[in-house]
Design a protein around this ligand. Structure first.
Ligand SMILES: [Zn+2]
Length: 445
């Protein structure tokens, strides 16, 4: 594995739902600060933070293979005035789980939002879920607790987890449309105008301390036709343009010199065309097991199935059941699948724990090499998806008030976003945050 997701602390989610942090042992490889201690109120480096979270924005749109698709002038201007790095996402790299990592500052092992797996309790396949382990705070909870205001424009990870429709102190809105409609609401808030929140016009008394803008234009194009999707360049240009519009509105509101910008994503993407699932199924059946692939949208396995698979393009989640559920079988199956050409990795329980993955994933998670896939859809059309480790890489841009210029971001992850925004605003991070302040990039106040 070339870039394991950083392990910053040993954390155990206990059965009762409470989360116990056992120890905070920072990896020696990152001599950064381990405590996200906040500056005292009144001396915060930034008065406002505006975050753009662009679903599926692969870091290679900025540097490398796909950098020619769009110029991205506004994003590059933020980087020029601030700082940039490629950050780790979380595992597995599905949107809701990854965005919940951003919102809580905790790994999936703690928040337990999980994607594309077989849920034992409901006995069903799950694609994605809105779930956060009880007691785990989001940044919406923690800001409100500390009397700071925030607005989350389609940033759904905090909906009903700290932010709600109609709450002017921690406002959730769902304008729909494309990135422009989301930015329109950010601009309205900066102008002191009311915004539609679940059908009610809400007028926050002042510009919120934190505004997050979620856009899925890029992810949608990637899923449709991969990196050669004809709409992808326009989607990239559109999300980039919204940064410029919102920045202009912050200037007009007179707060630009007191505003920090953070731009990131939930995951990147990889392309897929060539099926590998039939080969996986052949090998498993050849071992004598009764194997069943269930739909990720609520599929129920036959009670007699010994191996249940939730198959998606970039991961296959494998659960052993009944008499087949032994450590020895897991080892045998992992070895057999690893030998298939086109398989990149078979992650066992040890790997998954090391990645701080959710315990709700199966016994094994299989990942293919690009452009192979583990989906049941076999039409050979080029598409892109995510879920595996290589695409758990995202751009991280910090710029504006309180941000030091030109200090490259290294060893940072989505897990650090909540702590970093909190430090910029001079407050404590969410209670269960395991991340660290991207301190090298932040000015001391
Ligand atoms: Zn996606």
């Amino acid at each position: 594995m070339t870039h394991p997701i950083r392990r910053s602390s040993a954390v155990k989610a206990v059965a009762a739902g409470a989360v116990v942090v056992l120890a905070a042992t920072a990896l020696p490889a990152t001599p950064a600060v381990s405590s996200p201690a906040a500056t005292a109120s009144g001396t915060r480096p930034a008065q406002h933070v505006i975050m753009f979270d662009f679903d599926g924005f692969d870091p290679r749109f900025l540097n490398g293979r796909y950098a020619d698709l769009a110029e991205l002038p506004n994003l590059r201007a933020l980087i020029e005035a601030g700082t940039y790095g490629v950050a780790d996402g979380s595992y597995s790299s599905y949107s809701n789980s990854s965005r919940t990592t951003t919102a809580t500052g905790a790994y999936p092992a703690v928040h337990r939002n999980t994607g594309y797996y077989y849920n034992h309790e409901s006995d069903r396949g799950v694609s994605q879920e809105r779930y956060i382990e009880p007691g785990v705070e989001t940044i919406a909870h923690s800001l409100k607790r500390q009397d700071r205001t925030s607005a989350y424009l389609q940033w759904y990870a905090v909906q009903n987890y700290g932010a709600t429709y109609g709450d002017p102190a921690a406002l959730y809105t769902q304008p729909g449309g494309n990135c422009e409609a989301r930015a329109d609401q950010a601009i309205a808030l900066l102008r002191g105008e009311p915004v539609n929140s679940g059908g009610t016009m809400v007028d926050p008394a002042a510009i919120p301390d934190l505004i997050t803008v979620y856009c899925d234009d890029v992810d949608g194009a990637l899923h449709d036709d991969g990196f050669s999707d004809p709409d992808l360049p326009a989607a990239l240009a559109r999300v980039d343009a919204q940064i410029g519009r919102v920045r202009d509105a912050a200037r007009e509101a007179g707060i630009l010199d007191r505003t920090a910008f953070l731009v990131t994503a939930d995951h990147g993407a990889r392309e897929w065309t060539i099926p590998l699932l039939p080969e996986v199924l052949d090998r498993l059946s050849g071992m004598g097991f009764k194997v069943q692939v269930i739909s990720s949208s609520g599929g129920v396995p036959d009670p007699t199935s010994e191996i249940v698979i939730v198959a998606s393009p970039r991961t296959a989640d494998i659960t052993l059941r009944g008499g087949a559920d032994t450590a020895k079988n897991a080892r045998r199956i992992a070895k057999l699948i690893r030998d298939i050409p086109g398989i990149a990795a078979v992650r066992d329980q040890q790997d998954l724990r090391r990645l701080n993955a959710s315990d709700k994933l199966g016994d094994l998670v299989v990942e293919p090499v690009e452009p192979y896939h583990l989906s049941t859809l076999v039409d050979g059309a080029p598409r892109a998806s995510h879920g595996a480790l290589p695409e758990a890489q995202v751009p991280m841009v910090l710029s504006g008030a309180g941000v030091r210029r030109g200090v490259p971001l290294r060893n940072v992850g989505l897990v650090d976003v909540a702590a970093t925004i909190s430090a910029l605003l001079g407050v404590q991070p969410p209670a269960n945050s395991q991340g660290r302040v991207m301190r090298g990039a932040i000015k001391r106040s």
